[in-house]
Design a protein around this ligand. Structure first.
Ligand code: C2O
Ligand code: CU
Length: 472
């Protein structure tokens, strides 16, 4: 932390360029390539605050979450996956606009990696931002048991902050001995809101407080790695500024209604200016589900004098320069989401066969996109896009549950919700549709290949809510 004259200078001229210069620059991942090895294997983790209670998990390199993979924008990531699980796996690089063959979707972009075997992923990261990785095979169980980690791509020129912090947020369904409840793929989770856990962790453990220092500016990268839980974090008078969503910069703004909403797979980068006083405690709560509000964490101010007393305005992140969809010329497509409990769906085409809803539920299939339910990754595309053409997708949620819909290989602009224009038109790779909500998204189909479009509530995905969009 700053000491002596430097700090005084900062306090005296908080809004000057000198104040900005006083932020230490985060250390860059350097070089033009980064190489990692990830071993997926069973392990143990201390999730709950009791060292006697360890949880058998599945994890990368012995830890939950797996290691933070960090590299610089435009450099090449190489990851050697070693599968030491008792079943097949893959790694999907969520949100990265990479070549189709590296996307990690078994049966669609690669063969699943058998137990004991290896696979190497190698691709360039075109966008700076906060991304993450997870298996795309038996995802509900593999992610639900702890297989995921953060992928951070550093801007060529980062914005100055005192600390760059990653929070991989997840939840778990634990029994009293802290072991994972083994009821993956049960019909209730598939037909309702998914596998929502009873224990929430940040970076793999239940946390009570997060220490901050008065006057510091933190870049807080939130990653929702939960199977199904949606978070809505309120920071109250701490008033963070959102600077990126799903890795892509957005005009810096305060969260609408004061809540930072994170559907499964969503990332939000915040600037948290620590305006409290030494010794303060500030609550952060999660109140997404009505009647289930809980204290998420307390920001606990260490008893050190403030680093600074005023904060310069929050700068925008440098643009990743995505291709801008041509809305006037764009082709429109409609995707209707049906199914689930109380959804009124009568029947759907399940892997090519017409089924009524009761027989669907009996065979563990519960959702459909445009009347088609898919339980495996490879199938006829929902539609085919002409390369480099602009598309507007109208997503219509006719169900009574929320669905975070994720498109692989592209980022899209969210244009509107329920006919109302979306403020800032953010670039995202996953858009959360609330019950009965509709949204319009737009993108340029500039990445050739077969790309998954699916719900990121992993039990919904397994129960039919996935499709393929082909770009050729
Ligand atoms: Cu985060 Cu299809 O995945
Ligand atoms: Cu869903």
């Amino acid at each position: 932390m700053q000491k002596g004259p430097t700090r005084r200078t900062v306090l005296q001229s908080a809004l000057s360029a000198a104040a900005l210069a006083a932020y230490p620059l985060p250390r860059f991942a350097d070089a033009s390539s980064a190489k990692f090895k990830l071993t997926a294997a069973p392990g143990r983790a201390t999730l709950v605050p009791n060292p006697d209670l360890q949880t058998p998990v599945w994890c990368y390199n012995g830890a939950v979450p797996g290691p933070i993979l960090r590299l610089r924008q435009h450099s090449t990531l190489r990851v050697d996956l070693d599968n030491q699980l008792g079943e097949e796996t893959t790694i999907h690089w969520h949100g990265v606009r990479l070549p189709n063959a590296m996307d990690g979707v078994p049966g669609l972009t690669q063969t699943a990696v058998p137990p004991g075997e290896a696979f190497s992923y190698e691709f360039t990261c075109p966008d700076a931002g906060t991304f993450w990785y997870h298996p795309h095979q038996n995802s509900s169980a593999q992610v639900g048991r702890g297989l995921y980690g953060a992928l951070i791509v550093d801007e060529e020129e980062a914005i100055p902050v005192d600390r760059d912090v990653v929070w991989v947020i997840s939840d778990w369904r634990l029994q009293n001995d802290a072991s994972i409840q083994q009821d993956f793929h049960n019909l209730h989770d598939k037909t309702h809101a998914g596998r929502i856990g009873n224990v929430v962790t940040v970076n793999g453990s239940v946390i009570d407080t997060f220490e901050v220092r008065s006057g510091e500016r933190i870049r807080l990268r939130l990653i929702n790695a939960a199977n199904a839980r949606i978070f809505a974090l309120s920071f109250f008078d701490q008033r963070p500024t959102i600077i990126a969503i799903d890795g892509q910069p957005v005009k810096p703004h305060e969260p609408v209604g004061g809540r930072v909403v994170l559907g499964p797979a969503t990332r939000v980068d915040l600037i948290l200016d620590c305006i409290g006083r030494p010794g303060d405690r500030h609550r952060v709560i999660d109140d997404f589900y009505s009647g289930m509000t809980y204290r998420f964490v307390d920001l606990s101010y260490i008893k050190e004098e403030p680093i600074r007393s005023q904060f310069p305005s929050v700068p925008a992140l440098p643009d990743n320069k995505l291709a801008e969809p041509d809305l006037a010329q764009a082709e429109r497509r409609r995707i209707v989401l049906t199914g689930g409990m109380m959804g009124g769906m009568k029947s759907a085409l399940v892997d090519g066969r017409e089924m009524d809803v009761m027989s669907m539920f009996r065979s563990g299939v519960a959702w459909a996109l445009n009347g088609i339910a898919s339980t495996h990754h490879a199938h006829t595309p929902l539609f085919t896009c002409v390369r480099n053409r602009s598309y507007i997708l109208e997503l219509v949620n006719e169900t009574v549950f929320p669905h975070p819909m994720h498109l692989h290989g592209h980022s899209f602009r969210v244009l509107s919700r329920n006919g109302q224009p979306e403020q800032f038109r953010p670039w995202q790779d996953t858009v959360l549709l609330l019950a009965r909500e509709r949204a319009e998204i737009a993108f340029v189909a500039d990445n050739p290949g077969d790309w998954m479009f699916h719900c990121h509530i992993l039990e919904h995905q397994a129960a039919g809510m996935m499709g393929v969009i082909r770009v050729e």
